[in-house]
Design a protein around this ligand. Sequence first.
Ligand code: GLA
Length: 434
Amino acid sequence: MCICLPNSQKFIYLIIKIIVNPTINKKLKFHNFKFNIMNRACFTQNTSLYRVLGASCIRPIKNNFVRMNIKISALLLLALVLCSCQPRHKLSISKQSWGQADGKEVSLYTLTNANGMVVKISNFGGTITTIMAPDRNGKFEDIVLGFDSLKQYQKGVPYFGALIGRYGNRIAKGKFTLDNVEYTLATNNAPNHLHGGIKGFDKVVWDATELSGTDSVGLVLTYLSKDMEEGYPGNLTSKVTYVLTNNNEIKIYYEAETDKPTIVNLTHHSYFNLTGCKESILDHELTLYADSITQVDSTLIPTGVIATIAGTDFDFTTPHKIGERIANVRRGYDHNFKLRRQGNGLMLASDLYDATSGRLMQTYTTEPGIQLYSGNFLDGSLTGIGGIAYQKHYGVCLETQNYPDSPNKPNFPSVVLRPGEKYTQLTIYKFSVK
Ligand code: GLA
């Protein structure tokens, strides 16, 4: 039974209470009372049943009032309650066993906020498997691509919902030089290095600790990437904290420290689909608060040129459907946008809107760039939660990050982390409707 009722349902709740309370019921029968069901004011007082009864709501009525049999009314209204009642949700986090990887236990955590929004996160890859978000009618649907079982992620999927590290995006030819030492990384996206290598942070088991606050719940994930793991120097301790707030925000705090100079560029790789994964993302309207992109070559490595995009197919400074000009972009969008920022603070980076459902997702970040990836390499061969085949452009990634190939581009913001320094970044995905 609902405990917290919207004002419009207080009347229904009152009647149900009367029916199940023999004393009141008897008293009402005895006095042959009738209800003034039109007198809504009584029920917007948010008072207890007895205070309502003690007030003017139940009283002998005059001819212009509707006469009703209380029990029959209650049965009809019970049906209405069952259809329309919106239960209050408890802010919570729970954990279930989800298998094993690398000889370690893997869990799936379910975070629920007071509005009923649900986010499921595994400590395998720090992967978000599910985000249940409401549409403008309050209907909750999963708005990210994902899978039910750990096995599917272990088989290898293109970074669905995962944490990406040590270096998100590409490094040309898998090589970079730091303090006059050249390092060689896997060229797992030939001819380049992509998303941390063969076994990046998306495929490792993170240590997890649950967090509970008064208006949020969270999961703290930590991972020690050993010196020279995937070819990167330094023991790097990364800590990523996911927080689900009662404001329908998913906050992702990134922190890292090293014992030798290294490079770091962490990001998150959810494929969003605000239709509830019912249609492609081509009709999603996107605004990016960016005036230029890092121009890329045919292997998606930046040329070093920061190109202004005003009036081009990349200009999302005003809302455009992702599909509107995508045919003009070779393979689709897979580009880093240089955010229009002043200082290093948190800024609004993008608005993503689905007019059919009314869902709006806003991305805030402290990062200098955002990679817009329109799911170009999805081809229907992966079937996710709910048996949905993920076709081309079925998800859109908005990966907040430093620029691709920064270690080889002196004119890009530095990604070097030295001992004694702390890497900190914050990204927020905020969900609402309009
Ligand atoms: C990133 C890259 C894309 C692609 C996807 C995964 O977003 O930029 O080119 O590799 O990951 O398929």
